[in-house]
Design a protein around this ligand. Structure first.
Ligand SMILES: Nc1ncnc2c1ncn2[C@@H]1O[C@H](COP(=O)(O)OP(=O)(O)OP(=O)(O)O)[C@@H](O)[C@H]1O
Ligand SMILES: [Mg+2]
Length: 226
């Protein structure tokens, strides 16, 4: 049985900056199986978030192929892209991107409502998810009324709520204290163990990286063994 959730082959990405072209990713190759976790490390500016954005369908690769959860990500039309983003993957961004006009609970409910789950059921599940990340008491707060770490945890609850096949997490514990960091890490890794979710995790923390099955290093536009 083929259990490959993510396959990236020869992905490249450059940005134009004035007359110069910055080749951020040269030729990235990566495979991730169901239930497997890979931590990506690398210097600031090496292209880690860029890579997650390509896989998450938020930006287009210049070349190469990205197949994720059965979708050819670089060939998707807008409608399929929305389906891919809202159903197949859970993206935990480096910066939280909660919608500011919605409460924490409503932010978490949104991916479920997009899937057609009735409001009452979505609400109950969102409350439970917020409980899991330790901010049930803040469910009615708007993002501006949450601390940085609370926002990060609400964003995590939102990313996990649809039980995605693939979790893309960019520094998911960057703004958390030690206690909440381990709570969030345990939640992510228990989800992988329980439901065979695959995880691609970007982190600067060697300790967090150790919890993944494998660590890779992004350097000079290539994903390498450390
Ligand atoms: N939209 C853009 N236009 C031009 N340059 C960009 C754009 N997005 C990213 N870059 C450049 O690409 C490089 C890689 O950025 P990226 O955000 O992927 O780094 P990173 O590895 O995630 O760094 P960090 O660890 O600081 O989060 C940076 O030098 C950045 O300036
Ligand atoms: Mg980054």
């Amino acid at each position: 049985m083929n259990n490959t959730i993510l396959s990236v082959r020869g992905a490249g990405k450059s940005y134009k900056s004035g007359p110069e072209t910055l080749q951020i990713l040269k030729e990235v190759n990566l495979e991730l199986q169901a239930g497997q976790s890979i931590a990506v490390m690398g210097a600031s500016g090496s292209g880690k978030s860029t890579l997650l954005n390509l896989i998450g369908g938020l930006d287009n690769a210049d070349c190469g192929e990205i197949e994720s959860c059965g979708f050819q990500v670089n060939q998707l039309k807008e409608k399929e892209l929305t389906a891919y983003r809202s159903k197949a993957i859970g993206f935990v961004f480096q910066f939280h991107y909660l919608l500011k006009d919605f409460t924490a609970a409503e932010n978490v409910m949104l991916p479920m409502l997009m899937r057609g789950i009735p409001r009452k059921q979505a609400k109950a599940q969102a409350e439970e998810a917020l409980e899991q990340v330790g901010i049930a008491a803040r469910s009615g707060h708007y993002p501006a009324q949450l601390s940085g770490g609370e926002r990060q945890r609400a964003a995590l609850a939102r990313a996990l709520i649809n039980r995605p096949k693939l979790i893309l997490a960019d520094e998911p514990t960057g703004s958390l204290d030690e206690e909440h960091r381990s709570l969030v890490e345990d939640l992510i890794f228990s989800r992988i163990a329980e439901s065979g979710t695959a995880l691609l995790l970007v982190t600067h923390s060697g300790e967090l990286a150790k919890k993944a099955d494998r660590t890779m290093l992004l350097r000079e536009g290539l994903l390498q063994n450390p």
